[in-house]
Ligand binder design. Structure first.
Ligand SMILES: CC(C)(COP(=O)(O)OP(=O)(O)OC[C@H]1O[C@@H](n2cnc3c(N)ncnc32)[C@H](O)[C@@H]1OP(=O)(O)O)[C@@H](O)C(=O)NCCC(=O)NCCS
Length: 176
């Protein structure tokens, strides 16, 4: 299923996304903003990654794609969906740095949270964000996410240990 967000589409990962993934999944500047990131992906790793996320039953996983040329610029997803509890773990990665700061991250996060509450019947959306990732932290706060704890100095980024801020969002807190 495709989701149309104007200049952007959300769609399933496809084998031809590997080239775009290879460029930005190996970019250390991107990796420094993410919880639990590893660089050094080969094309074969990413081909397996595509197959995995196409098939994963407990995810709602989408590539973020430019409509004009179908080029993948990132991905956005719920992981570990639990339909009994109505919970899902959110994450977004805009890998193409030229796409940062133009409202795409906000539009995709807002869209997916609405989709989670309305279509997947989620009750509670969770996420983890590095305390050093101001842009992402501000975005989540502005959509209503509330800090519920911190994993102190839990990640290693550029030689320093960094806190991970745990956040959650309930339907009634969501301010799209
Ligand atoms: C974080 C990310 C999803 C944000 O998406 P984006 O399209 O770049 O950001 P947007 O243009 O939608 O802006 C969203 C909000 O971020 C904040 N923001 C934007 N640029 C910022 C900057 N340079 N510094 C601090 N905050 C900034 C603002 O609060 C902004 O909202 P506003 O424009 O209404 O004030 C995206 O930059 C990204 O994926 N970065 C790399 C990976 C990453 O950090 N993922 C998140 C891991 S938790």
């Amino acid at each position: 299923m495709h989701h149309d967000l104007g200049e952007i589409l959300l769609r399933k990962p496809e084998p031809h996304d590997v080239e775009a993934l290879y460029a930005w999944k190996n970019d250390p500047e991107v990796g420094n903003l993410l919880v639990g990131f590893t660089t050094g992906y080969t094309r074969a790793d990413l081909s397996k990654w595509v197959d995995f996320h196409r098939a994963a039953a407990d995810e709602a996983f989408f590539m973020i794609v430019r409509k004009v040329d179908d080029r993948a610029i990132g991905h956005v997803a719920f992981y570990q969906l639990n339909h009994r509890l109505g919970t899902g773990d959110f994450a977004i990665l805009l890998g193409d740095k030229a796409a940062w700061g133009k409202g795409i991250g906000r539009a995709c996060t807002r869209y997916l949270c609405a989709y989670g509450f309305e279509q997947l019947n989620l009750r509670r959306i969770t996420l983890g964000v590095l305390a050093t990732n101001d842009r992402a932290h501000k975005l989540y706060q502005s959509l209503g996410f509330v800090e519920e704890g911190r994993l102190r100095k839990a990640q290693l980024k550029q030689g320093a240990f960094v806190d991970v801020i745990l956040m959650s969002l309930f339907r009634e807190e969501f301010t799209p």
